[in-house]
Design a protein around this ligand. Structure first.
Ligand code: GDP
Length: 308
């Protein structure tokens, strides 16, 4: 991820290295190249505009340390602004004063919620917590089983609905869809009884933004009163990322973002815009299909990787 953006920015800075002093025209030319690199990487237009405006302003003023040469000064300014776009400081997960801490996962189908649920559960278990996973995605036929598999791998129990049966008009019996709100509520009660200190609720997504799905996620939210609502976004979805994030911000609301599939080779810039556009921090990143392909998101380290 971000390889092209990284290459483009690095070569922009390389051109500056030969210059002793930077004129306003040099800075403008550099800012133009940065703008093009960001737009080509799918970073959202308003984010690019603000970013390049700040870079230009700071590069023109001589606020940066005199110990750096002109090219290094520009790199430092871009680095600082990237960190800021990515949310600034690393924001740790917020825990409830009185356990259990409730974490709700929301996002489109295929975003990587169920996989993330397992990764987060494993991460928390390794830190000494006692999480319980709740399978409240009853939309996708295999979601419950998938969470059970993930939970087993993570060594974390899963609270799942017992599949009921319903009778079709021809007398056939099929599994009843069940009520995800009730499952989430019962999962919370189970966490209290069994003294799990964290509850991670996996919810259903659709392929696109959908009013019914939003309402269901909002109903689950109201039933379990989460401490964190994490919006999981596939970094590969490109320009749609910002609109999707905004729809979830309006429909369900969220307290943090998880970028998934950062191991992909898509341009990724839209995912970079999500924190800035929604004003919500990125807490974690998912970087593969294995449970260990997971990291706490550090804006400064990500900026460093992009400018490496
Ligand atoms: P959900 O519908 O939001 O629950 O999404 P899933 O967790 O089922 O993930 C959808 C697909 O993406 C699955 O095939 C996962 O194995 C895959 N996946 C999830 N996270 C990642 C990731 O970080 N990197 C890659 N390469 N694949 C992922």
């Amino acid at each position: 991820m971000f390889a092209t953006l990284s290459d483009r920015l690095t070569s922009t800075f390389k051109n500056l290295r030969t210059k002793g002093r930077l004129s306003e025209a040099d800075i403008d030319a550099t800012v133009r190249e940065i703008r093009r690199a960001l737009l080509d990487a799918d970073v959202a237009v308003p984010v690019v505009r603000e970013f390049t405006g700040k870079v230009r302003e700071r590069a023109l003023s001589s606020e940066v340390s005199g110990a750096l040469n002109p090219a290094q000064q520009v790199v430092k300014v871009v680095n600082d602004e990237l960190i800021s776009v990515l949310g600034g400081e690393q924001r740790p997960l917020r825990f409830a004063k009185t356990p259990p801490t409730v974490i709700l996962l929301a996002g489109l189908q295929g975003a990587g919620k169920t996989t993330l649920a397992g990764k987060l559960a494993r991460h928390l278990r390794e830190k000494g917590h006692t999480p319980l996973l709740v399978a409240a995605d009853l939309q996708r036929p295999n979601a419950v089983t998938q969470l059970q598999v993930v939970g087993e791998r993570a060594g974390v129990p899963v609270f799942a609905p017992h599949p009921g049966t319903q009778e079709g008009s021809d007398g056939s019996l099929t599994a009843a869809p069940g009520d995800p709100v009730a499952v989430a509520r019962d999962g919370l009660a189970a966490a209290r009884t069994r003294q799990h200190d964290v509850l991670i609720v996996d919810t259903a997504g659709r392929l696109g933004v959908d009013a019914e799905m939003m309402q269901q996620a909002a109903d689950i939210r109201d039933a379990v009163d989460p401490d964190e609502i994490l919006f999981v976004i596939d970094a590969m979805i490109g320009q749609d990322a910002v609109a999707t994030a905004q729809a979830f911000a309006d429909g369900v609301g969220f307290t943090g973002v998880v970028l998934s599939k950062l191991d992909g080779d898509a341009r990724g810039g839209a995912a970079l815009s999500v924190a800035s556009v929604t004003g919500r921090p990125i807490l974690f990143a998912s970087t593969g299909e294995k449970l260990t392909d997971f990291e706490v998101f550090h804006p400064d380290r990500m900026a460093g990787r992009i400018l490496d």
